[in-house]
Design a protein around this ligand. Structure first.
Ligand code: IMP
Ligand code: MG
Length: 182
């Protein structure tokens, strides 16, 4: 195990079964209801999750796109103000059902902002899917539509999630040793 990881929180097998379950839920929810389903991955944290999830979502209707957003501030604290660095690469999203794919929800501010933003842009529907959720950290009233696993209030890395751009390549999700960032 990586020396900076205090403990493994979600192992590879659990991640796999969680991703399959989420794909099943998504397929059921959109079956016959969508002509164009856009999986909108939020860079960079969602890339590994998105890459696995998309393989099991019904192929005839699904397209992918990405946005890159950040909140002001850095380190292990997420802030309320959202910057858009890369916007969705489509002019007209009026006939698109958008499913935002996120790695983790903490305060809820990023997804809450993005849902409002995409609705204002005119999307037919906007739903959210997150692999991990830290409900105890919520600062705004926000409930995702599809949730992989609830996790405690600890800073986690791996499977796409980073600290200072590192640890994204770990195949499991682990709790980062506080010595790394204290
Ligand atoms: P929110 O806007 O506070 O919900 O923040 C969500 C974003 O904060 C996620 O997309 C992550 O980039 C980041 N984040 C929150 N908690 C963690 C964590 O435990 N590890 C890594 N990134 C996190
Ligand atoms: Mg993120």
């Amino acid at each position: 195990m990586n020396k900076d990881i205090l403990k493994v929180l979600v192992d590879e097998e659990t991640i796999k079964s969680t991703v399959r379950r989420l794909a099943d839920e998504i397929n059921t929810a959109y079956k016959g209801h969508s002509k164009r389903l856009i999986l909108l991955g939020i860079l960079k944290g969602s890339v590994v999750f998105m890459g696995d999830l998309m393989k099991y979502v019904e192929s005839s209707i699904v397209e992918i796109d990405f946005m890159k957003v950040s909140s002001y501030g850095s380190g292990t604290v997420s802030r309320g103000n959202i910057n858009i660095h890369l916007d969705i690469q489509r002019k007209d999203i009026a006939d698109c059902d958008i499913l935002v794919i996120e790695d983790i929800i903490d305060s809820g501010r990023t997804l809450s902002y993005l849902v409002d933003y995409l609705r204002l842009k005119g999307a037919k529907s906007v739903k959210t899917c997150t692999l991990l959720d830290k409900p105890s950290r919520r600062e705004v009233d926000f409930t995702p539509d599809f949730v992989g696993l609830e996790v405690p209030d600890e800073f986690v890395v791996g499977y796409g999630l980073d600290y200072d751009e590192k640890y994204r390549n770990l195949p499991y999700i682990g709790v980062l040793s506080p010595e790394v960032y204290c």
